[in-house]
Design a binder for this molecule. Structure first.
Ligand code: TYM
Length: 335
């Protein structure tokens, strides 16, 4: 028990706004499973964040459950990690509102994701899309998280979370732990297979650019066969001039544990065809057990329900403690 109190805490989450991608897997989830022994880990399904963009309700429900099954299949043991659905813990919305009042219009306007998403959803630039980072700050701060393991694209959101927490602490004393982003050295930015200057994204309009972790092996292999490379016909790491090949090398490095030097040697004198096939195979083999285990778990809805109910209960206990402190600090009278 004493030990548990001393463990550092981790909080992260993924939006079930699309099927899980190879980018989210390599940039985030793959690294989460290894942290369970050393840290006290909380992983959410960020369903509240998804409705900043219009969702089909039945699809959102299906994807949330599938994502939970995939979390477990990726090695997140529910006995060792708290797995929960964001909307099941009302403290997220409650602290989100408080933090909205400590977040500045100017700093929200500078968020790259807001700019990107408002360009993509010009007919629905809603207030939730704008204040998305203060809800994300609430997600993190409620758990007094020390570390937030995310891909490179979320770094700015963790930074604004730190700014909001520092501002609040500056007024009311040490209420929030100031979290650090935890970004992997490899896989932090997996790029699209068809336009390697853009990150691989579940909202990609081009279905060949993005690999989904539950996709059929033949589809994954086909996407890698079609991946954009260049005309040099040489497997060499040079992200500036060879973004397509370098992205594939990065993926292969993570799936096989090999260094860039070793990969260059392995494919010296080979054409891109062999290289792309090998990368595709390595991804298929890495994902095969995850797909099979996710499918198996999805056939046991009662088990999944048990996991998310227990997770929400454990998460709410921690979250409500922080929320209570915050309410007191800002001057709300006790119920
Ligand atoms: P989301 O759902 O867009 O992405 C989930 C995680 O996957 C990482 N990621 C990538 N990493 C490498 N290469 C890529 N191509 C790639 N695409 C996605 C993301 O960096 C992220 O770690 N706002 C968050 C969800 C969220 C959250 C939180 C995260 C809500 N509350 C609290 C951490 C803490 C998001 O939209 O991630």
């Amino acid at each position: 028990m004493e030990n548990e109190v001393q463990k550092k805490r981790i909080l992260s989450g993924i939006q079930p706004s699309g099927d899980l991608t190879l980018g989210s897997y390599l940039g985030a989830i793959k690294n989460w499973a290894a942290l369970a022994d050393e840290y006290d880990c909380y992983y959410m399904l960020a369903d509240m964040h998804t409705i900043t963009v219009r969702q089909v309700p039945a699809d959102l429900r299906r994807r949330t459950l599938t994502q939970l099954a995939a979390y477990i299949a990726c090695g997140l043991d529910p006995e060792k990690n708290v797995l929960f659905v964001q909307s099941h813990v009302p403290a997220h919305a409650q602290l989100g509102w408080v933090l909205d009042c400590y977040t500045m219009f100017g700093e929200l306007s500078r968020m790259t994701q807001f700019k990107d998403k408002s360009a993509k959803n010009a007919d629905n630039i809603n207030a939730g899309l704008f204040t998305y980072p203060s809800l994300m700050a609430a997600d993190i701060l409620l758990y007094q998280a020390d570390l937030v393991p995310v891909g490179g694209d979320q770094k700015q959101h963790v930074e604004i979370c730190r700014d909001i927490a520092n501002r609040f602490n500056g007024i009311y004393g040490d209420v929030f732990k100031i979290p650090e982003p935890y970004i992997p050295k490899m896989g932090a930015r997996v790029m699209s297979l068809t336009s390697p200057e853009n990150k691989m994204s579940k909202s990609d309009k081009d279905p060949n650019g993005c690999v989904y972790i539950l996709e059929r092996p033949e589809d994954i292999l086909r996407k890698f066969r079609k991946a954009v490379t260049d005309s040099e016909a040489c497997v060499r790491y040079d992200p500036e001039n060879k973004p397509g090949v370098s992205n594939l090398m990065q993926i292969y490095a993570v799936t096989t544990g090999r260094s860039f030097d070793a990969i260059e040697q392995e494919f010296a004198g080979h054409g891109y065809g062999d290289f792309k096939a090998a990368v595709g195979e390595s991804v298929v083999e890495m994902l095969r057990p995850i797909r099979e285990e996710t499918e198996r778990m999805l056939s046991d809805k009662a088990y999944l329900q048990g996991v998310y109910r227990a997770g929400a209960e454990k998460a709410a206990r921690v979250a409500n403690r922080t929320l209570g402190k915050v309410y007191k600090k800002v001057g709300f009278i006790d119920r």
